[in-house]
Design a protein around this ligand. Structure first.
Ligand code: LRH
Length: 480
Protein backbone atom coordinates (compact mmCIF):
# COMPACT_ATOMS: atom_id res chain seq x y z
CA UNK A 1 0.00 0.00 0.00
CA UNK A 2 1.14 3.52 -0.81
CA UNK A 3 2.07 5.82 2.10
CA UNK A 4 -0.64 8.12 3.44
CA UNK A 5 -0.57 11.42 5.31
CA UNK A 6 -2.24 12.18 8.60
CA UNK A 7 -2.60 15.46 10.47
CA UNK A 8 -2.02 15.20 14.22
CA UNK A 9 -3.36 18.03 16.34
CA UNK A 10 -1.50 17.87 19.66
CA UNK A 11 -2.31 20.44 22.32
CA UNK A 12 -0.17 20.84 25.41
CA UNK A 13 -0.46 23.13 28.39
CA UNK A 14 1.98 25.66 26.96
CA UNK A 15 1.54 25.23 23.23
CA UNK A 16 -0.25 23.46 20.43
CA UNK A 17 0.98 22.04 17.17
CA UNK A 18 -0.32 20.49 14.01
CA UNK A 19 2.06 17.87 12.65
CA UNK A 20 1.82 15.91 9.43
CA UNK A 21 2.84 12.29 9.57
CA UNK A 22 3.55 10.21 6.48
CA UNK A 23 3.20 6.51 7.09
CA UNK A 24 4.07 3.56 4.89
CA UNK A 25 5.30 0.04 5.47
CA UNK A 26 8.82 1.20 6.36
CA UNK A 27 8.12 4.90 6.58
CA UNK A 28 7.24 7.13 9.49
CA UNK A 29 8.03 10.78 8.89
CA UNK A 30 6.79 13.67 10.93
CA UNK A 31 6.86 17.31 9.84
CA UNK A 32 5.63 20.37 11.64
CA UNK A 33 2.87 22.27 9.84
CA UNK A 34 2.19 24.89 12.50
CA UNK A 35 2.97 25.67 16.11
CA UNK A 36 1.12 28.15 18.31
CA UNK A 37 1.19 29.23 21.96
CA UNK A 38 -1.39 28.20 24.52
CA UNK A 39 -1.76 31.13 26.90
CA UNK A 40 -4.12 30.57 29.81
CA UNK A 41 -5.96 33.72 30.84
CA UNK A 42 -6.88 34.83 34.34
CA UNK A 43 -10.33 36.44 34.40
CA UNK A 44 -12.09 37.65 37.56
CA UNK A 45 -13.63 34.15 37.80
CA UNK A 46 -10.29 32.36 37.71
CA UNK A 47 -7.86 30.65 35.35
CA UNK A 48 -9.32 29.83 31.91
CA UNK A 49 -8.22 28.25 28.63
CA UNK A 50 -8.48 30.46 25.57
CA UNK A 51 -10.07 27.65 23.60
CA UNK A 52 -11.11 29.76 20.61
CA UNK A 53 -7.49 30.83 20.11
CA UNK A 54 -6.55 27.15 20.22
CA UNK A 55 -9.22 26.30 17.68
CA UNK A 56 -7.97 29.12 15.42
CA UNK A 57 -4.47 27.63 15.75
CA UNK A 58 -5.86 24.24 14.72
CA UNK A 59 -7.48 25.76 11.61
CA UNK A 60 -4.26 27.57 10.70
CA UNK A 61 -2.43 24.29 11.16
CA UNK A 62 -4.80 22.33 8.96
CA UNK A 63 -4.44 24.97 6.25
CA UNK A 64 -0.65 24.69 6.48
CA UNK A 65 -0.88 20.88 6.48
CA UNK A 66 -2.61 20.77 3.10
CA UNK A 67 -4.22 17.60 1.78
CA UNK A 68 -4.27 14.77 4.36
CA UNK A 69 -6.05 11.42 4.52
CA UNK A 70 -7.36 12.03 8.02
CA UNK A 71 -7.10 14.24 11.11
CA UNK A 72 -6.66 13.18 14.76
CA UNK A 73 -6.75 15.29 17.92
CA UNK A 74 -5.12 14.85 21.33
CA UNK A 75 -4.62 17.21 24.27
CA UNK A 76 -4.04 17.36 27.99
CA UNK A 77 -6.60 15.47 30.05
CA UNK A 78 -9.43 16.17 32.53
CA UNK A 79 -10.68 19.56 31.25
CA UNK A 80 -13.88 20.15 29.35
CA UNK A 81 -16.26 22.64 27.80
CA UNK A 82 -19.98 22.80 28.58
CA UNK A 83 -22.49 23.28 25.77
CA UNK A 84 -26.11 24.37 25.90
CA UNK A 85 -29.03 22.67 24.12
CA UNK A 86 -28.18 24.56 20.93
CA UNK A 87 -24.63 23.22 21.02
CA UNK A 88 -23.15 26.61 21.93
CA UNK A 89 -20.15 26.72 24.27
CA UNK A 90 -21.01 28.08 27.72
CA UNK A 91 -17.97 30.10 28.72
CA UNK A 92 -14.28 29.35 28.53
CA UNK A 93 -13.17 25.96 29.83
CA UNK A 94 -11.68 26.13 33.32
CA UNK A 95 -7.94 25.40 33.61
CA UNK A 96 -7.10 22.37 35.73
CA UNK A 97 -4.71 24.54 37.74
CA UNK A 98 -7.57 26.83 38.79
CA UNK A 99 -8.10 27.01 42.54
CA UNK A 100 -11.80 26.06 42.46
CA UNK A 101 -11.12 22.45 43.44
CA UNK A 102 -9.38 23.30 46.73
CA UNK A 103 -11.00 21.31 49.54
CA UNK A 104 -13.46 19.62 47.15
CA UNK A 105 -12.04 16.10 47.31
CA UNK A 106 -12.74 15.96 51.05
CA UNK A 107 -16.40 16.72 50.33
CA UNK A 108 -16.57 13.92 47.77
CA UNK A 109 -14.88 11.49 50.17
CA UNK A 110 -17.56 12.28 52.76
CA UNK A 111 -20.09 10.51 50.53
CA UNK A 112 -17.77 7.99 48.87
CA UNK A 113 -14.64 7.22 50.91
CA UNK A 114 -11.35 7.63 49.05
CA UNK A 115 -10.60 3.91 49.26
CA UNK A 116 -13.92 3.01 47.68
CA UNK A 117 -13.42 5.62 44.97
CA UNK A 118 -10.04 4.12 44.11
CA UNK A 119 -11.39 0.60 44.02
CA UNK A 120 -14.14 1.74 41.63
CA UNK A 121 -12.12 3.96 39.30
CA UNK A 122 -8.42 3.17 39.84
CA UNK A 123 -7.66 6.85 39.50
CA UNK A 124 -4.98 8.67 41.48
CA UNK A 125 -5.99 11.46 43.75
CA UNK A 126 -5.40 14.74 41.95
CA UNK A 127 -7.46 17.81 42.84
CA UNK A 128 -8.17 18.42 39.17
CA UNK A 129 -9.80 15.10 38.25
CA UNK A 130 -12.95 15.96 36.29
CA UNK A 131 -15.08 14.48 39.06
CA UNK A 132 -13.78 17.08 41.54
CA UNK A 133 -14.11 19.87 38.98
CA UNK A 134 -17.74 18.92 38.39
CA UNK A 135 -18.36 18.78 42.13
CA UNK A 136 -16.82 22.24 42.52
CA UNK A 137 -19.12 23.51 39.76
CA UNK A 138 -22.21 21.83 41.22
CA UNK A 139 -24.08 25.03 42.10
CA UNK A 140 -22.96 27.04 39.09
CA UNK A 141 -25.43 28.61 36.64
CA UNK A 142 -23.28 27.29 33.82
CA UNK A 143 -23.61 23.65 34.81
CA UNK A 144 -27.35 24.14 35.37
CA UNK A 145 -27.81 25.28 31.77
CA UNK A 146 -25.45 22.70 30.28
CA UNK A 147 -26.78 19.94 28.04
CA UNK A 148 -23.45 18.49 26.87
CA UNK A 149 -19.97 18.10 28.34
CA UNK A 150 -17.13 17.67 25.87
CA UNK A 151 -13.55 16.95 26.90
CA UNK A 152 -11.12 19.36 25.17
CA UNK A 153 -10.14 17.16 22.18
CA UNK A 154 -13.77 16.10 21.76
CA UNK A 155 -14.83 19.77 21.78
CA UNK A 156 -12.39 20.58 18.97
CA UNK A 157 -13.51 17.50 17.04
CA UNK A 158 -17.10 18.68 17.44
CA UNK A 159 -16.27 22.08 16.00
CA UNK A 160 -14.50 20.44 13.08
CA UNK A 161 -17.18 17.84 12.31
CA UNK A 162 -20.44 18.70 14.06
CA UNK A 163 -20.36 15.27 15.75
CA UNK A 164 -20.13 14.65 19.48
CA UNK A 165 -18.42 11.79 21.26
CA UNK A 166 -16.41 11.02 24.39
CA UNK A 167 -13.07 9.38 23.72
CA UNK A 168 -12.32 6.57 26.15
CA UNK A 169 -8.65 7.06 27.12
CA UNK A 170 -9.33 10.66 28.04
CA UNK A 171 -12.65 9.75 29.68
CA UNK A 172 -10.64 7.49 31.99
CA UNK A 173 -9.12 10.63 33.56
CA UNK A 174 -12.54 11.91 34.64
CA UNK A 175 -12.61 9.44 37.57
CA UNK A 176 -16.01 8.30 36.32
CA UNK A 177 -14.85 5.25 34.36
CA UNK A 178 -14.59 1.71 35.70
CA UNK A 179 -11.18 0.44 34.52
CA UNK A 180 -12.43 -3.14 34.70
CA UNK A 181 -15.45 -2.79 32.40
CA UNK A 182 -13.94 0.18 30.49
CA UNK A 183 -17.38 1.77 30.69
CA UNK A 184 -18.91 4.49 32.87
CA UNK A 185 -19.11 3.81 36.57
CA UNK A 186 -22.89 4.35 36.63
CA UNK A 187 -23.46 3.60 40.31
CA UNK A 188 -20.69 5.91 41.44
CA UNK A 189 -21.89 8.78 39.25
CA UNK A 190 -25.37 8.43 40.63
CA UNK A 191 -24.17 8.45 44.23
CA UNK A 192 -22.09 11.55 43.57
CA UNK A 193 -24.81 13.40 41.70
CA UNK A 194 -22.97 13.50 38.37
CA UNK A 195 -25.32 13.42 35.40
CA UNK A 196 -23.66 11.06 32.91
CA UNK A 197 -26.17 12.11 30.24
CA UNK A 198 -23.98 15.20 29.79
CA UNK A 199 -21.36 12.99 28.17
CA UNK A 200 -21.98 11.94 24.57
CA UNK A 201 -21.45 8.22 23.79
CA UNK A 202 -18.02 6.70 24.30
CA UNK A 203 -15.79 6.13 21.29
CA UNK A 204 -12.45 4.38 21.10
CA UNK A 205 -9.13 5.05 19.37
CA UNK A 206 -9.54 4.06 15.73
CA UNK A 207 -13.26 4.83 15.59
CA UNK A 208 -14.43 7.27 12.91
CA UNK A 209 -15.33 10.68 14.34
CA UNK A 210 -17.01 12.35 11.34
CA UNK A 211 -15.69 14.46 8.48
CA UNK A 212 -14.60 18.09 8.30
CA UNK A 213 -17.61 20.41 7.89
CA UNK A 214 -17.95 22.32 4.60
CA UNK A 215 -17.03 25.67 6.17
CA UNK A 216 -13.95 24.08 7.77
CA UNK A 217 -12.84 22.77 4.36
CA UNK A 218 -13.39 26.27 2.99
CA UNK A 219 -11.44 27.96 5.73
CA UNK A 220 -8.55 25.54 5.55
CA UNK A 221 -8.50 25.52 1.75
CA UNK A 222 -8.80 21.74 1.52
CA UNK A 223 -10.95 19.52 -0.66
CA UNK A 224 -13.19 17.03 1.12
CA UNK A 225 -14.12 14.65 2.30
CA UNK A 226 -11.52 14.60 5.10
CA UNK A 227 -12.33 12.15 7.89
CA UNK A 228 -11.52 12.81 11.53
CA UNK A 229 -10.31 9.64 13.22
CA UNK A 230 -10.53 9.05 16.97
CA UNK A 231 -7.05 8.60 18.45
CA UNK A 232 -5.89 8.17 22.04
CA UNK A 233 -7.13 11.71 22.63
CA UNK A 234 -5.41 11.90 26.02
CA UNK A 235 -1.93 13.13 24.99
CA UNK A 236 -0.29 10.69 27.42
CA UNK A 237 -2.17 7.76 25.84
CA UNK A 238 -0.88 8.81 22.43
CA UNK A 239 2.65 9.27 23.76
CA UNK A 240 2.70 5.83 25.40
CA UNK A 241 1.49 4.30 22.12
CA UNK A 242 4.65 5.67 20.46
CA UNK A 243 7.14 4.45 23.09
CA UNK A 244 9.77 2.66 20.93
CA UNK A 245 10.01 -0.39 23.19
CA UNK A 246 11.16 -3.57 21.48
CA UNK A 247 10.60 -5.90 24.46
CA UNK A 248 8.19 -6.26 27.35
CA UNK A 249 10.34 -5.20 30.29
CA UNK A 250 10.18 -1.46 29.90
CA UNK A 251 9.05 1.51 31.92
CA UNK A 252 8.21 4.83 30.30
CA UNK A 253 8.36 8.45 31.29
CA UNK A 254 6.34 10.90 29.21
CA UNK A 255 7.99 14.24 29.79
CA UNK A 256 6.79 17.75 29.17
CA UNK A 257 4.89 20.05 31.47
CA UNK A 258 4.32 16.84 33.47
CA UNK A 259 6.38 13.70 33.90
CA UNK A 260 4.13 10.65 33.71
CA UNK A 261 6.18 7.67 34.83
CA UNK A 262 5.05 4.06 34.93
CA UNK A 263 4.22 0.83 33.16
CA UNK A 264 1.81 -0.49 30.56
CA UNK A 265 -0.37 -3.25 32.03
CA UNK A 266 -3.16 -5.53 30.83
CA UNK A 267 -5.29 -5.01 33.92
CA UNK A 268 -5.67 -2.35 36.60
CA UNK A 269 -4.02 -2.60 40.03
CA UNK A 270 -6.62 -1.49 42.56
CA UNK A 271 -4.95 -2.50 45.82
CA UNK A 272 -4.79 -0.33 48.91
CA UNK A 273 -0.98 -0.20 48.61
CA UNK A 274 -1.35 1.15 45.11
CA UNK A 275 -3.77 3.81 46.29
CA UNK A 276 -1.45 4.80 49.14
CA UNK A 277 1.35 5.23 46.60
CA UNK A 278 -1.04 7.33 44.47
CA UNK A 279 -0.65 5.36 41.25
CA UNK A 280 -3.27 5.88 38.60
CA UNK A 281 -4.83 3.33 36.24
CA UNK A 282 -5.64 5.32 33.14
CA UNK A 283 -6.76 3.57 29.99
CA UNK A 284 -4.49 3.24 27.00
CA UNK A 285 -4.78 1.81 23.54
CA UNK A 286 -6.53 -1.53 23.00
CA UNK A 287 -7.74 -1.89 26.55
CA UNK A 288 -4.28 -1.48 28.11
CA UNK A 289 -3.82 0.26 31.44
CA UNK A 290 -1.39 3.15 31.88
CA UNK A 291 -0.23 2.50 35.39
CA UNK A 292 1.66 5.63 36.33
CA UNK A 293 2.37 8.46 38.67
CA UNK A 294 1.98 12.17 37.94
CA UNK A 295 5.18 14.05 38.68
CA UNK A 296 5.25 17.85 38.43
CA UNK A 297 7.68 17.65 35.50
CA UNK A 298 9.32 20.51 33.68
CA UNK A 299 6.52 22.76 34.91
CA UNK A 300 8.76 23.40 37.92
CA UNK A 301 11.50 24.73 35.65
CA UNK A 302 9.14 26.52 33.24
CA UNK A 303 7.67 28.44 36.15
CA UNK A 304 11.13 29.41 37.48
CA UNK A 305 12.24 30.52 34.03
CA UNK A 306 9.07 32.60 33.65
CA UNK A 307 9.74 34.25 37.01
CA UNK A 308 13.33 35.01 35.96
CA UNK A 309 12.20 36.76 32.76
CA UNK A 310 13.07 33.98 30.29
CA UNK A 311 16.88 33.64 30.41
CA UNK A 312 18.59 31.39 27.85
CA UNK A 313 17.66 27.81 28.73
CA UNK A 314 20.78 26.24 27.21
CA UNK A 315 23.05 28.41 29.36
CA UNK A 316 20.98 27.73 32.45
CA UNK A 317 21.20 23.96 31.95
CA UNK A 318 24.93 24.13 31.26
CA UNK A 319 25.42 26.02 34.52
CA UNK A 320 23.18 23.55 36.39
CA UNK A 321 25.31 20.66 35.12
CA UNK A 322 28.31 22.20 36.98
CA UNK A 323 26.50 22.47 40.34
CA UNK A 324 27.25 19.80 42.97
CA UNK A 325 24.68 17.01 42.64
CA UNK A 326 21.89 16.22 45.10
CA UNK A 327 22.59 19.07 47.49
CA UNK A 328 18.90 19.50 48.09
CA UNK A 329 15.83 17.84 46.62
CA UNK A 330 12.09 18.46 46.82
CA UNK A 331 9.19 16.05 46.40
CA UNK A 332 8.32 16.61 42.75
CA UNK A 333 5.10 14.69 43.26
CA UNK A 334 3.79 17.18 45.80
CA UNK A 335 0.56 18.91 44.74
CA UNK A 336 1.87 21.99 46.57
CA UNK A 337 3.68 22.82 43.30
CA UNK A 338 0.53 22.65 41.18
CA UNK A 339 -0.48 26.32 41.14
CA UNK A 340 1.40 28.88 39.07
CA UNK A 341 3.58 31.65 40.51
CA UNK A 342 6.58 32.32 42.79
CA UNK A 343 8.13 28.95 41.98
CA UNK A 344 11.76 29.68 42.96
CA UNK A 345 10.75 30.76 46.46
CA UNK A 346 8.32 27.85 46.86
CA UNK A 347 11.17 25.48 46.00
CA UNK A 348 13.45 27.27 48.47
CA UNK A 349 10.75 27.01 51.15
CA UNK A 350 10.41 23.26 50.59
CA UNK A 351 14.20 22.78 50.95
CA UNK A 352 14.26 24.85 54.13
CA UNK A 353 11.31 22.96 55.60
CA UNK A 354 13.07 19.61 55.08
CA UNK A 355 16.29 20.91 56.67
CA UNK A 356 18.35 20.95 53.48
CA UNK A 357 20.59 23.68 52.09
CA UNK A 358 18.53 26.36 50.36
CA UNK A 359 19.44 26.74 46.66
CA UNK A 360 20.25 30.38 45.97
CA UNK A 361 21.49 30.94 42.43
CA UNK A 362 19.47 30.20 39.29
CA UNK A 363 21.88 27.38 38.47
CA UNK A 364 21.41 25.86 41.94
CA UNK A 365 17.65 26.07 41.73
CA UNK A 366 17.68 24.54 38.26
CA UNK A 367 19.91 21.71 39.51
CA UNK A 368 17.59 21.17 42.47
CA UNK A 369 14.63 20.86 40.09
CA UNK A 370 16.38 18.40 37.76
CA UNK A 371 17.77 16.28 40.60
CA UNK A 372 14.29 16.24 42.15
CA UNK A 373 12.66 15.17 38.87
CA UNK A 374 15.21 12.39 38.31
CA UNK A 375 14.65 11.23 41.87
CA UNK A 376 10.88 11.26 41.40
CA UNK A 377 11.33 9.25 38.19
CA UNK A 378 13.39 6.70 40.12
CA UNK A 379 10.84 6.47 42.91
CA UNK A 380 7.89 6.07 40.53
CA UNK A 381 9.54 3.29 38.54
CA UNK A 382 10.75 1.51 41.67
CA UNK A 383 7.31 1.65 43.23
CA UNK A 384 5.56 0.57 40.03
CA UNK A 385 7.90 -2.40 39.85
CA UNK A 386 7.29 -3.43 43.44
CA UNK A 387 3.52 -2.88 43.29
CA UNK A 388 3.11 -4.96 40.13
CA UNK A 389 5.98 -7.46 40.45
CA UNK A 390 6.95 -6.63 36.88
CA UNK A 391 10.63 -6.56 35.88
CA UNK A 392 12.04 -3.48 34.17
CA UNK A 393 15.33 -3.46 32.29
CA UNK A 394 15.06 -0.22 30.30
CA UNK A 395 13.45 3.17 30.80
CA UNK A 396 12.05 4.98 27.77
CA UNK A 397 11.81 8.74 28.00
CA UNK A 398 9.58 10.33 25.38
CA UNK A 399 8.25 13.86 24.89
CA UNK A 400 9.74 17.33 25.14
CA UNK A 401 12.00 16.46 28.08
CA UNK A 402 14.14 14.26 25.82
CA UNK A 403 15.71 17.50 24.58
CA UNK A 404 16.99 18.08 28.12
CA UNK A 405 20.14 15.93 28.15
CA UNK A 406 20.89 16.58 31.79
CA UNK A 407 17.46 15.33 32.81
CA UNK A 408 17.88 12.15 30.75
CA UNK A 409 21.37 11.50 32.12
CA UNK A 410 20.30 12.09 35.73
CA UNK A 411 17.29 9.83 35.25
CA UNK A 412 19.50 6.99 34.02
CA UNK A 413 21.80 7.48 37.02
CA UNK A 414 18.93 7.69 39.50
CA UNK A 415 17.16 4.60 38.17
CA UNK A 416 20.39 2.64 37.74
CA UNK A 417 18.99 1.59 34.37
CA UNK A 418 19.71 2.48 30.75
CA UNK A 419 17.52 5.25 29.40
CA UNK A 420 16.46 5.38 25.77
CA UNK A 421 15.43 8.95 24.99
CA UNK A 422 13.11 9.81 22.11
CA UNK A 423 11.03 10.56 20.21
CA UNK A 424 10.37 14.12 21.41
CA UNK A 425 7.11 14.29 19.49
CA UNK A 426 5.77 11.01 20.86
CA UNK A 427 2.21 12.23 21.35
CA UNK A 428 1.95 13.42 17.74
CA UNK A 429 3.49 10.15 16.52
CA UNK A 430 1.08 8.04 18.57
CA UNK A 431 -1.75 10.15 17.22
CA UNK A 432 -0.55 9.58 13.64
CA UNK A 433 0.02 5.86 14.14
CA UNK A 434 -3.47 5.20 15.46
CA UNK A 435 -4.89 6.95 12.42
CA UNK A 436 -2.56 4.96 10.18
CA UNK A 437 -3.69 1.75 11.80
CA UNK A 438 -7.34 2.66 11.29
CA UNK A 439 -6.46 3.19 7.63
CA UNK A 440 -4.81 -0.22 7.34
CA UNK A 441 -1.18 0.89 7.20
CA UNK A 442 0.20 -0.65 10.41
CA UNK A 443 -0.71 -3.67 12.49
CA UNK A 444 -0.82 -4.10 16.24
CA UNK A 445 0.77 -2.07 19.02
CA UNK A 446 4.05 -3.96 18.82
CA UNK A 447 4.29 -3.18 15.12
CA UNK A 448 3.59 0.49 15.76
CA UNK A 449 6.38 0.60 18.35
CA UNK A 450 8.73 -1.28 16.11
CA UNK A 451 8.15 1.25 13.34
CA UNK A 452 8.97 4.10 15.73
CA UNK A 453 12.14 2.31 16.90
CA UNK A 454 13.28 1.72 13.30
CA UNK A 455 12.62 5.20 11.99
CA UNK A 456 13.08 7.77 14.77
CA UNK A 457 16.38 9.06 16.16
CA UNK A 458 16.87 7.73 19.71
CA UNK A 459 19.64 8.34 22.20
CA UNK A 460 20.82 5.89 24.83
CA UNK A 461 22.16 6.91 28.28
CA UNK A 462 23.92 4.28 30.38
CA UNK A 463 23.66 4.69 34.16
CA UNK A 464 26.83 5.97 35.86
CA UNK A 465 27.96 4.99 39.35
CA UNK A 466 25.74 3.22 41.82
CA UNK A 467 22.45 4.50 43.15
CA UNK A 468 23.58 4.98 46.79
CA UNK A 469 23.52 8.79 46.62
CA UNK A 470 20.04 8.69 45.15
CA UNK A 471 18.82 6.32 47.83
CA UNK A 472 20.23 8.66 50.48
CA UNK A 473 18.48 11.65 48.88
CA UNK A 474 15.28 9.63 48.76
CA UNK A 475 15.54 9.02 52.50
CA UNK A 476 15.76 12.79 53.07
CA UNK A 477 12.29 13.24 51.62
CA UNK A 478 10.79 10.55 53.78
CA UNK A 479 7.55 10.27 51.76
CA UNK A 480 6.54 7.00 49.98
C1 LRH B 1 -0.23 15.78 30.33
C2 LRH B 1 -1.55 15.49 30.98
C3 LRH B 1 -1.41 14.47 32.10
C4 LRH B 1 -2.56 14.85 32.98
C5 LRH B 1 -2.48 16.36 32.95
C6 LRH B 1 -3.70 17.09 33.34
O1 LRH B 1 -0.35 16.72 29.32
O2 LRH B 1 -2.49 15.07 30.05
O3 LRH B 1 -1.46 13.13 31.67
O4 LRH B 1 -2.52 14.28 34.24
O5 LRH B 1 -2.05 16.66 31.62
Amino acid sequence: TAPKSFAAVDLGASGGRVMVGRVGENTLELAEAHRFPNRPVRTPEGLRWDVLALYAGVLDGLRAAGRVDSVGIDSWAVDYGLLDADGALLGNPVHYRDARTEGIAEKVWASVPAAELYAATGLQYAPFNTLYQLTAARASAQLASARHLLLIPDLLAYWLTGEMGTELTNASTTQLIDPGTRDWSYGLAERLGVDLRLFPPLRRPGDPAGTLLPHVLDETGTAGPVPVTTVGSHDTASAVAAVPATGEKFAYICTGTWSLAGLELDAPVLTEASRAANFTNELGLDGTVRYLRNIMGLWLLQECVREWGDPDLGELLAAAAEVAPLRSVVDAGDAAFLAPGRMPSRIADACRASGQPVPESRAEITRCVLDSLALAHRRAIERARSLTGRPVDVVHIVGGGTRNELLCRLTADACGLPVVAGPAEAAALGNVLVQARAHGLVGDRAEMRDLVARTQPLRRYEPRGDTAAWRAAEARLGTP
